[in-house]
Design a protein around this ligand. Structure first.
Ligand SMILES: [Zn+2]
Length: 573
């Protein structure tokens, strides 16, 4: 509980809402204080039946009811007034983009028709190399090697430039370093991963998953949005920049991991170790994660860019029961299977606490509030009042429930050997995805309390805490540069911080920087999210071209020495 209070306070500060919340608390305290005094007085006089003037009990009850009713109306009016003011004054999409940015993105973007053709064929070819990760020790290493040769062939300027240092890490991962002309500026890093999850054509693909085939303006194939679009997109942007004589002012790294889909334990982790050994510290890291959403969030007007500022943690827990074997003709009251079934049922029946409002999901809705239609706009602008209500609504749908709590998934259950033998052993695996307002330790304690059966052995197989929340205020260098570049490219988009439900390679980079952001400029329309790791993964041709120019602009934008003064503070001078 203490922990939650601390989180809430910290959260309020982070969202810049602490003052307004204090104001509201102050008002409510006074209103409720005077109400309480009236209430006590009324109770006393009503209980005694008469007051000093000797009036009877009947009219006193009426007076009490009247006071109570009027007070209730007063509280409601005050709440409504505060809520309405917030509804129409909250516009968090303004900010630094109105400040005077130093203009560093000056290299012309134009490419010829032949270059455009080449740009698309590079992505298609990348998709055709089946760099599949099946398991941690089962990668398609032949494809990974071929992919390395492919990169050298299609990006000759990058690989031959004396300004770009390239090295292979852990056999198949790639690290690039482009030093800046001003070594006093802290470098940053772009991440992407080469490997993909498996795909089978017979699952219903419109084009073979490793074909890179073009249908109706889309390129189909495994890796088109996860994450070869970023791998080839970043290097394509770098190729154009190097060809045009670009010399960065701020140095930067590009890290391409080869085993992200199975944990990044050899790729990303080795790159991090190498950079640590060289004493590198980074201004920020930008990896894949969240994206551009158009029509995906219901009742939201216009598209939105979500920048992931944290990721959920994980816990995989093994529950097991050992019992004496015997013949099924003389069974005990409960077998190991029955005991274990009881334990997993208790875990499913008792979801982890609802934490909506304690993590960055609250800030996401507050940033988007002014884009919602009424009455949602009213609710989203006033989460200080409505977050318990909204949380209850969200938890009803599995895809929204994932944002409001640590989720529980009983995913494996084994037990029994033969119909006439009492099972000597049963085991189950449960996968928890930990909400940013909870820790792995807290989740383990809750699991112990829920199972509450000494006969069930509980063992943590694998787990980690949710990732720290990266800053996203007006002074957050990386966040503001991503936001600025998104708005340079897509001026009609609303930018907001978000929570990643899945995990990325960037979780291994927390020793190099506190500022990890997860965003790739991929458009998702309704129904597209299920293409991620699913059937018919694809990217629009225009979308991929925009991705290349997003990184092209972003790298140049990062050459600013510092962020501009916020618009507001200029006004106050
Ligand atoms: Zn990925």
């Amino acid at each position: 509980m203490l922990h939650l209070t601390a989180v809430r306070r910290e959260a309020c500060n982070r969202y810049g809402l602490y003052l307004s919340t204090v104001d509201v608390t102050f008002i409510l305290k006074h209103v409720t204080g005077s109400l309480a005094a009236r209430f006590i007085h009324a109770i006393r006089t009503t209980a005694s039946g008469t007051n000093m003037t000797g009036q009877s009990r009947g009219p006193k009850v009426l007076v009490f009811l009247r006071i109570a009713f009027l007070s209730l109306i007063l509280v409601l009016v005050v709440l409504l007034l505060v809520a309405t003011i917030r509804t129409f004054s909250l516009d968090v999409n303004s900010g630094l983009q109105l400040g005077k940015w130093e203009r560093t993105a000056i290299i012309p973007e134009h490419i010829s028709a032949a270059q455009r053709e080449q740009l698309l064929s590079n992505l298609k070819e990348a998709i055709q190399i089946p760099t599949v990760s099946f398991a941690e020790n089962d990668l398609n290493t032949t494809a990974l090697q071929e992919f390395g040769r492919f990169l050298q062939r299609v990006f000759p300027a990058v690989f031959s430039s004396p300004l770009v240092k390239h090295e292979v890490v852990s056999n198949y991962s790639h690290l690039f370093w482009m030093p800046g002309s001003d070594s006093s500026l802290q470098p940053y890093m772009l991440l992407a991963h080469i490997d993909v999850v498996p795909a089978t054509e017979s699952d219903g693909w419109d084009a073979p998953p490793f074909s890179g085939e073009e249908i109706d303006g889309f390129i189909y194939g495994r890796g088109t949005i996860d994450d070869k679009n970023s791998v080839v997109g970043i290097l394509q942007a770098l190729e154009y920049l190097v060809e045009r004589g670009y010399v960065p002012r701020r140095g930067f790294y590009v890290g391409l991991g080869h085993d992200e889909e199975v944990g990044g334990h050899n790729g990303a982790k080795s790159i991090v170790k190498l950079l640590e050994s060289r004493g590198v510290s980074l201004a920020f890291v930008l990896d894949e994660g969240l994206a551009l959403l158009d029509g995906v969030i219901s009742n939201l007007q216009g598209p939105v860019a979500l920048i992931g500022v944290t990721e959920k943690g994980q816990a995989t827990v093994k529950l097991s029961v050992t019992a004496l074997p015997g013949h099924s003709s003389i069974p005990p009251r409960e077998t190991s299977i029955g005991i274990l079934a009881g334990a997993v049922t208790r875990l499913e029946k008792n979801p982890m606490p609802m934490l909506f409002g304690y993590g960055p999901e609250r800030s996401m809705f507050e940033h988007l509030a002014y884009k919602f239609t009424l009455p949602l706009k009213f609710i989203m602008s006033n989460l200080w009042l409505f977050s318990p209500l909204l949380g209850r609504i969200m938890e009803r749908r599995p895809e929204m429930n994932a944002f409001v709590r640590t989720t529980t998934a009983v995913s494996v259950f084994h037990g029994g050997v033969k119909v006439n033998i009492i099972p000597p052993y049963a085991e189950a695996f449960v996968n928890f995805r930990i909400h940013p307002a909870q820790t792995l330790q807290e989740v383990l304690e809750l699991i112990n309390g829920m199972v509450d059966d000494e006969r069930v052995n509980i063992e943590l197989v694998d787990g980690f805490d949710p990732l720290p929340v990266s800053s996203y205020d007006d002074e957050s260098f990386g966040y503001q540069l991503i936001k600025k570049t998104v708005l340079d490219m897509f001026p009609h988009v609303t930018v907001a911080p978000g929570l990643c439900i899945g995990n990325t390679d960037s979780r291994h980079y927390t020793t190099l920087t506190k500022n990890v952001y997860r965003f790739a400029p991929v458009w998702f329309k309704p129904g597209d999210t299920k293409r991620f790791h699913g059937v018919n993964e694809r990217i629009g041709i225009k979308n991929y071209e925009d991705s290349v120019f997003f990184y092209f602009k972003f790298i140049q934008n990062c050459d600013v020495r510092e962020l501009p003064e916020p618009h507001g503070s200029l006004h106050e001078l």
